[in-house]
Design a protein around this ligand. Structure first.
Ligand SMILES: Nc1ncnc2c1ncn2[C@@H]1O[C@H](COP(=O)(O)OP(=O)(O)OP(=O)(O)O)[C@@H](O)[C@H]1O
Ligand SMILES: [Mg+2]
Length: 254
């Protein structure tokens, strides 16, 4: 959305501030999946769509989106080897800070929070892929978030052979489904997890698919579809959640 369009949403013709729509106790939507499956692309897309409907929305990314998180991100990328426990604790520290500083205050004000990775990433990466104890990680996740579970978790599921080709520096041998050639949103040079063997990424995928069977907050979407189709499937679920929270259907017709 352009600054002008945003301003038109924020202010009426007479300069009065129009109240953006909020929902009671907020709505937390998380995006999960392996490397390069399209999480940031779809999180951004949803964020802009909800804003264009006049719904009070913020977007954040783990482990960035806080000073501590950015330092953790840099350290993890630089480290040649780190203990899975140290890695888990660092991610949890960044998560606790993000919850305290950004996510909880936004939810308390009734905003929709779109979060690019959350607790399930730690279970998938440090648990299923790196062999950390799932029970311990679950406990640490609960400590860091005070047990706050997302209302919706979008799992973008894709064969790692395809997703890694999308984000490698090599030409994309598989081609893009929708012909898009959009540059990566959060590329910061060397990316340690991407350099792990294929098996590591397959374990991540398996872990996510297993977790997604556990409860109804998950929405699993095949991520080898055109971007707009994925966005439509996500919006369908989000729309339902918002309507259940008294956002009028007419809002989504604009
Ligand atoms: N549906 C799609 N079809 C083909 N290519 C896509 C699709 N969605 C995103 N891409 C491309 O795939 C690449 C990775 O997308 P994106 O950065 O959104 O993934 P990600 O899941 O956030 O990755 P990471 O885990 O590394 O943060 C980008 O080049 C993006 O343009
Ligand atoms: Mg991303």
């Amino acid at each position: 959305m352009t600054a002008k369009e945003q301003s038109a949403l924020d202010f009426g013709a007479d300069g009065d501030r129009l109240k953006k729509r909020t929902v009671k106790d907020g709505l937390l939507i998380t995006f999960e999946g392996g490397e390069g499956v399209g999480k940031s692309t779809q999180a951004e897309r949803l964020f802009h769509k909800l804003q264009s409907f006049g719904i009070d929305t913020i977007m954040a990314q783990e482990p960035g989106s806080s000073d501590l998180g950015n330092n953790v991100r840099r350290w993890i990328k630089r480290a040649n080897s780190s203990s899975p426990l140290a890695e888990t604790l660092l991610f949890e520290a960044a998560r606790a800070q993000l919850m305290f500083e950004t996510v909880r205050p936004a939810l308390d004000r009734g905003k929709v929070v779109v979060l690019d990775r959350y607790t399930d990433s730690t279970l998938a990466y440090q648990g299923y892929a790196r062999g950390g104890d799932l029970e311990t990680i679950t406990q640490l996740n609960n400590i860091a978030t005070a047990g706050f579970t997302p209302h919706l978790t979008v799992l973008l599921d894709l064969d790692p052979k395809v997703s890694l080709a999308r984000v490698s520096n090599e030409p994309d041998l598989f081609g893009t489904v929708d012909g898009s050639n959009v540059p990566r949103i959060d590329d910061e040079g060397q990316r340690r997890f991407e350099e792990q063997p294929l098996k590591f990424h397959q374990n991540i995928r398996k872990g996510y698919l297993e977790m997604s069977k556990a409860d109804s907050r998950w929405c699993v979407i095949k991520a080898d579809q055109a971007g707009h189709r994925i966005a439509d499937a996500i919006m369908k679920r989000v729309r339902r959640l918002l309507i259940e929270r008294d956002i009028p259907e007419s809002v989504f017709k604009s």
